[in-house]
Design a protein around this ligand. Sequence first.
Ligand SMILES: *[C@@H]1O[C@H](CO)[C@@H](O)[C@H](O)[C@H]1NC(C)=O
Ligand SMILES: *[C@@H]1O[C@H](CO)[C@@H](O)[C@H](O)[C@H]1NC(C)=O
Ligand SMILES: *[C@@H]1O[C@H](CO)[C@@H](O)[C@H](O)[C@H]1NC(C)=O
Ligand SMILES: *[C@@H]1O[C@H](CO)[C@@H](O)[C@H](O)[C@H]1NC(C)=O
Ligand SMILES: *[C@@H]1O[C@H](CO)[C@@H](O)[C@H](O)[C@H]1NC(C)=O
Length: 460
Amino acid sequence: MRGPTSGALFGYIGSVMALSPLDTFYPPLNETSYIANTSVGTYGGLYQAGTHGPTGGKPYGSYDYCSMPHPREYQLPDQAAHGKAKLTKLIYLQRHQRRTPYNILPGGEDQAYECDGVRPYLYGGPNSDHGMQPVPVYAQTYEDPNDPFKTGVSVNSTCQYPQITIGGVEDGYQHGKDLRNVYQKMLGLIPERPNQRVWFRSSESPLTQASAGAVLRGIWPDYQGALPLHQMVSSVDTVNAGYSCNAISSTLNEIKSTAQWTEHMKVTEELRSRLALMLGAGTSSWQTTFDHFCDNFQARLCNGYRLPCNISNSSDCVTMEMAEEAFRAGDWEWNYYWRANEYATKYIQAVEGLFIGEIVSDLKAALDGTSSIDYSHIFIHDGDIGPMLGALGINALRWPGMASNIAFEVWEKEGSKFARVLYSGHPVQTIHGSLDWLPLSQLINILSPYVPEDIAALCG
Ligand SMILES: *[C@@H]1O[C@H](CO)[C@@H](O)[C@H](O)[C@H]1NC(C)=O
Ligand SMILES: *[C@@H]1O[C@H](CO)[C@@H](O)[C@H](O)[C@H]1NC(C)=O
Ligand SMILES: *[C@@H]1O[C@H](CO)[C@@H](O)[C@H](O)[C@H]1NC(C)=O
Ligand SMILES: *[C@@H]1O[C@H](CO)[C@@H](O)[C@H](O)[C@H]1NC(C)=O
Ligand SMILES: *[C@@H]1O[C@H](CO)[C@@H](O)[C@H](O)[C@H]1NC(C)=O
């Protein structure tokens, strides 16, 4: 297989298996035995980053939960390297950069969380660079020791949950610089200055908005002035679970009633009850999926902290082995939600079908030659990246980590239009083959079955 990963082997698992960076994205996630198999470790994945700084991966290109790789060591496909091919469009989707967790341990956190190193800006101003310009105020979070709600379980902290961290901001800037090197300097697609043929969008979440500011600064280091970041009205947003649809929860219930789901609960019973006692996390929201445990551990490990300990016994701690098993279970769940269960098509349609439809329309416009945008960049969430990869038919889906990204590229060669789809810098490996280079119409055909014909009927 060609691509950015050929060559270097690393990440020895046991003494037999050597994984290339690309391989680390594709573990055998369809088997529950994968979860309990301690010799798998992280399957070559990385789950650690300091408080500061962009992370580089080791080697670059491996699955890195804290900072997923992105186009950087870019390799042209053979079809473009030999012959007159031109990149004419890029639709770039990315999850926000790294952050604090959504979920604080119910038993309390034994470490402080520090966010004074970052300024999440929030201010309004007139639609003009002239006249009154606002003071750039930012959120600085604190707790009042006399707050009566502060007694009992809490965390000593200057953070909101979730919020972007300084490492996330710094990583976003590097992400943008790398995109500039590839898509502006090497491939000539991104313009020197923002113009009418670029377009940006985020979810309504401050996480994605804060990521956009940092990434776009990396792309245009000298640009002065503001840029519009498009957002849909929250109640009907087609990303980040904006609109309400009963079919989403009813399909999820069906997914969780399958034999495989039950089996994965059984495999993880011992780990879950141990964590429940240690961290006071016995409630159903912590016990019915690995979402909360993984989220809590990932946020600590990705921002320069250690794994948590029991708040009243500092030698009763989550070990790296326990965290790794939780991460394997989390990966299994993501693959199950978006790839392996029998209701996956319906689930993807209900959760993400409208957004997939928007991407398909955009690709059709590129095919027809009516597209008015050359470069769009959409800042979203793991819950959007996952179903999109499911629709593409990815061979195995690990949890899409921080800043995980999908680059839909449209190329023209000898009067025909082609697509390539990169997932976190690599051509995505799918049931349709490696999407390294394919007719654009074929990519449209792959995605179209996931666009609901009648979302109102589907949602009930
Ligand atoms: C899991 O996937 C692998 C490789 O794609 C395949 O060989 C195997 O049969 C699958 N196992 C199950 C239980 O579906
Ligand atoms: C555990 O993983 C190792 C390394 O991937 C593999 O060789 C072994 O067959 C696995 N064991 C089970 C029981 O699946
Ligand atoms: C909260 O954390 C900070 C930073 O680690 C520390 O200096 C401070 O003493 C802690 N406060 C309490 C009440 O534990
Ligand atoms: C922590 O350890 C103590 C003493 O070992 C135990 O009583 C408690 O249930 C544990 N869990 C929490 C959340 O405190
Ligand atoms: C604290 O945790 C350690 C390790 O799990 C355990 O051996 C010890 O008995 C615990 N201490 C108390 C007071 O429960």
